[in-house]
Design a protein around this ligand. Structure first.
Ligand SMILES: *Cc1c(COP(=O)(O)O)cnc(C)c1O
Length: 405
């Protein structure tokens, strides 16, 4: 008899997006002619950089030519892309191209990486958080029952609140695997050098491993916030970094990302020392057959001088939208965080108004769609997230509506 993986039943049904859709649909039905301003979406709205499009088209044509066409590529990615990433993104950081694994998304790599670890590892995740860190561990059976609070037993939550400036603090207990996200989705805040150094030191002391989601690294403007954890001394021995072209270059629909697993990263188990790089290589080669050649060409084109210019312009345009929207909200008296090192604004709800009630108010009084902070976790209550990936006209119109009360 076939039996289910019963750990699936422990997943907290992610009701967040379906619930938002339901409330928006109900409102539309009552008010058919309303024009909604969608600031909830975390998806990009601007087209691909021209360099990427040209490379994608060129590679597609190559695929139709005898002699130029390519079949299976290396599962860890073509060296032209790994070398471009190492020399541009990790310039001066001693990351070797062989330590960079090309993949089809940070989402899948983050979800899959936990497979390298024993089921008994203790995990910590930020609260609020992007959902994949927890859910992949739930499915694997690394967590205990779902509690009434919506939290999971067997997980250490790292609260990111106004009091600690949304910066996950090093725990006083030993944890084995720690998920960090900087700049953070949803709070929009980046971790500074000092805090990352504390985490690296903690990991060394506890033989722990840091899994850093750097999906928004390209958005960092604060000189105190490192773009990569590998800028921190000792990180090569304790950290893995996940990055993606999704948000910085508009690749959400193309799918291309990479994971950096340094060769110095060791795991001590069964009385011996193992290389995580070798394990991930093995896992990747077994379960993945590589990203499409034209897409890797498109990604590599982002590292040409012209491609770099286009990516910078794209990122700056989103950051400028975030800045203007944040300024506008602050002028209206709202307390707003984030938006300086990320495209997300983390806006405090008015006193005693819950995340969902504020969501409803914005929808019904101003036809603005946001995301309730409580949907990202316990500590997100009392906030809502706005995305500056929205069209500038939608952001401007949303501000006008809020201004006119
Ligand atoms: C969008 C996002 C991802 C997913 O990236 P893909 O490469 O598109 O899978 C991962 N982490 C965070 C924090 C994100 O916001």
């Amino acid at each position: 008899m076939a039996k289910l993986n019963h750990h699936f039943s422990k997943l907290s049904g992610n009701y967040l997006f379906p619930e938002i859709e339901k409330r928006v649909a109900d409102y539309r039905q009552k008010t058919p002619h309303c024009k909604l301003m969608d600031l909830g979406i975390g998806d990009i709205t601007q087209p691909l950089p021209a360099s990427a499009v040209a490379a994608l088209a060129g590679a597609a044509l190559e695929m139709g030519k005898q002699g130029a066409f390519r079949g299976y590529g290396p599962s860890e990615g073509y060296s032209f892309l790994r070398e471009a990433i190492a020399s541009v993104e990790y310039a001066g950081l001693e990351i070797d191209p062989s330590e960079i694994f090309i993949s089809d998304g940070a989402q899948s790599d983050i979800a899959n990486f936990q497979e390298l670890f024993d089921i008994d590892n203790r995990i910590a995740i930020p609260d609020p958080t992007y959902p994949v860190y927890l859910d992949s561990n739930v499915i694997a059976g690394r967590t205990r029952a779902l509690l009434k609070t919506g939290r999971h037993g067997g997980v250490t939550y790292l609260p990111c609140t106004e009091e600690n400036e949304f910066k996950p603090q090093v725990p006083t207990i030993p944890i084995d695997l720690i998920y960090l996200c900087s700049p953070n989705n949803p709070t929009g805040t980046a971790m500074d050098r000092k805090l990352l150094k504390q985490w690296v030191d903690y990991a060394k002391e506890n033989n722990a491993i840091l899994l850093l989601d750097g999906a928004y690294s390209a958005f960092i403007t604060d000189p105190d916030a490192p773009q990569s954890i590998f800028e921190i001394e000792g990180a090569r021995e304790v950290a893995v970094e996940f990055r993606t072209f999704s948000k910085s270059a508009g690749f959400t629909g193309l799918r291309c990302s990479y994971t950096v697993v340094p060769k110095g990263l060791k795991i001590y188990d069964f009385g011996s020392i193992h290389s995580l790089h070798a394990l991930w290589n093995r896992r990747h080669a077994t379960k993945f057959n590589g990203v499409a050649y034209p897409i890797q060409r498109a990604a590599a084109a982002l590292f040409t001088p012209q491609g770099q210019k286009e990516v910078k312009a794209l990122v700056s345009s989103y950051l400028e939208r975030a800045r203007l929207f944040r300024q506008g909200l602050a002028n209206l008296g709202y307390t707003v965080y984030g938006g300086q090192d990320s495209p997300y604004l983390w806006c405090k709800t008015p006193p005693k108004v819950s995340s969902w009630n504020f969501f409803d108010y914005l929808l019904q009084s101003h036809q603005i769609v946001s995301i309730p902070g409580s949907g990202f976790g316990h500590a997100g209550e009392g906030f809502i997230r706005f995305s500056a990936f929205a069209d500038s006209s939608a952001l401007g119109e949303a501000l006008q509506r809020l201004k006119s009360g």
